[in-house]
Ligand binder design. Structure first.
Ligand SMILES: *[C@@H]1O[C@H](CO)[C@@H](O)[C@H](O)[C@H]1NC(C)=O
Ligand SMILES: *[C@@H]1O[C@H](CO)[C@@H](O)[C@H](O)[C@H]1NC(C)=O
Ligand SMILES: *[C@@H]1O[C@H](CO)[C@@H](O)[C@H](O)[C@H]1NC(C)=O
Ligand SMILES: *[C@@H]1O[C@H](CO)[C@@H](O)[C@H](O)[C@H]1NC(C)=O
Ligand SMILES: CC(=O)N[C@H]1CO[C@H](CO)[C@@H](O)[C@@H]1O
Length: 401
């Protein structure tokens, strides 16, 4: 990272949603040969209704949008279809003349790529940071990183998960930091299936060194898990969230009902005067978002937030000959749809005026199954955006009086 940023801002990094994360390999264990991801575009309202039915009444997993109520005409739906539902689903689509194409028909191979442990494979040319890691590996990595660079990286226990796994924040800073140092907060992995997100947090820390849902069981339902990014106290559980435990966007029993969102909220509440920039890392769709998501109202410093992202986009375009990627940007509610209870809105309302959600690669080619070979590009372009924004925040907030 830029030395200017390192001198000016303490960086706090947290990996969220540990219980889900620990189990994510198992989530895929039921997969059989030739499961597919389809991209389906409804042209009529009737086709929209059909897609809602298919995604709720059959054994499929909706990848995009996050929940069936957001399925709209002319907007591609990404649907994971297990092999044994494939014929039924395709018959239904064909019966209603719904256009669809196969996005991925080798999901098993993709999952194998993501979960493969090639740290032992001598032929492997990828570095540690160009692979995905298990939670156990990441705990080990945290420990090793803090031991190897005690002057730069410190670990703080900020809470624990429902299953009592420790939730650590990594403090990354220069040796001689002032007591009242301002900070950047970055959290990764709020949604467990977005593997690129924790990979980015590790990438970020590594770079510095050189210079969805908890697992708790609610009592009245067999469905497991809360969407942590609907669980913060920002228009909590209004339109765009669900109070039904079986929904992907279940908001939880009350704001901060989940130990992980509570730990993050407590930490930020007690450090709100020093944290000047809040970043939460997600995937996929390539978007840079800022408040509000919980309402269509504009944030008070809307134009300033836009200008930061324009600069981030420009910075990323300078390297576009390597990374031909563009990111959409804007206020969450207007750019995608209403999503109350998100951590970025909550942090913003707490007083952290620079608050952003990054939706990393890709746009759906691989979706949540982004191959390890894409990690470095995805992380590098995000890193450029983070640096650009952090420098702007420093200019705005720490300018000599
Ligand atoms: C969707 O499901 C409902 C309830 O099962 C049914 O009444 C409706 O006809 C279905 N619509 C389509 C387009 O399949
Ligand atoms: C599809 O396969 C899964 C895993 O093998 C199984 O649990 C499920 O019941 C099957 N569904 C159908 C409709 O056969
Ligand atoms: C990968 O292999 C290394 C070396 O054998 C081991 O330490 C690590 O725990 C393994 N990781 C996973 C995810 O199995
Ligand atoms: C890190 O490793 C050391 C030595 O192996 C061990 O004593 C310590 O408890 C570990 N710390 C964490 C946070 O896992
Ligand atoms: C909705 C839900 O089940 N939330 C649970 C998350 O975890 C805590 C335990 O730490 C439970 O008290 C909540 O009920």
């Amino acid at each position: 990272m830029d030395p200017v940023i390192m001198k000016a801002l303490l960086i706090l990094i947290v990996l969220m949603n540990l219980d889900k994360f620990a189990e994510r390999n198992k989530c895929f264990a039921f997969l059989s040969f030739s499961d597919q991801v389809l991209s389906i575009t409804a042209k009529t309202q009737e086709q929209v209704e059909l897609l809602k039915n298919v995604s709720t009444q059959y054994e499929t997993v909706l990848w995009q949008p996050v929940s069936p109520e957001y399925i709209k005409e002319e907007e591609p739906v990404h649907l994971f279809v297990p092999a044994n539902s494939s014929d039924t689903v395709k018959d239904l689509l064909q019966g209603h003349a719904v256009a669809h194409e196969v996005l991925l028909d080798n999901t098993n191979e993709m999952i194998e790529l993501q979960t493969r442990n090639d740290s032992t494979d001598p032929r492997s040319s990828s570095s540690y940071y160009e692979r995905y890691h298990s939670l156990e590996d990441i705990y080990y990595w945290i420990n090793r990183t803090t031991q190897e660079h005690p002057e730069m990286v410190k670990v703080v226990l900020i809470g624990s998960s429902y299953e009592k796994r420790p939730l650590y924040a990594l403090k990354v800073h220069f040796k001689k930091q002032k007591q009242d140092k301002k900070a950047i907060w970055i959290d990764c992995g709020i949604h467990a299936r977005e593997w690129i997100s924790p990979a980015f947090c590790m990438w970020f820390v590594q770079n510095n060194r050189m210079w969805r849902k908890n697992r708790s069981y609610s009592t009245d339902s067999s469905c497991v898990g809360v969407d942590l990014n609907r669980n913060f106290d920002a228009n909590w559980c209004t339109e765009g969230a669900s109070d039904k435990p079986c929904s992907e966007i279940y908001c939880g029993a009350f704001p901060e009902s989940e130990p992980e969102s509570e730990a993050v909220a407590n930490f930020l509440r007690s450090h709100k005067d020093s944290v000047q920039l809040y970043l939460t890392i997600h995937s996929y769709s390539q978007m840079l978002l800022f408040p509000y998501s919980c309402t269509l109202d504009e944030a008070e410093n809307h134009n300033e937030l836009v200008s930061f992202l324009v600069m981030a986009q420009e910075a990323a375009q300078k390297i576009r000959r390597y990374y031909r990627n563009t990111y959409k940007y804007g206020a969450g509610g207007k750019t995608i749809y209403l999503a109350p209870g998100g951590s970025d809105d909550w942090a913003y309302n707490l007083g952290i005026k620079y608050s952003f959600t990054f939706e990393l690669q890709d746009r759906g080619r691989y979706g949540f199954l982004l191959p390890p070979s894409h990690i470095s590009k995805a992380c590098n372009e995000a890193l450029i955006a983070v640096k650009t924004i952090a420098l702007r925040v420093i200019e705005k907030t720490q300018a000599p009086q």
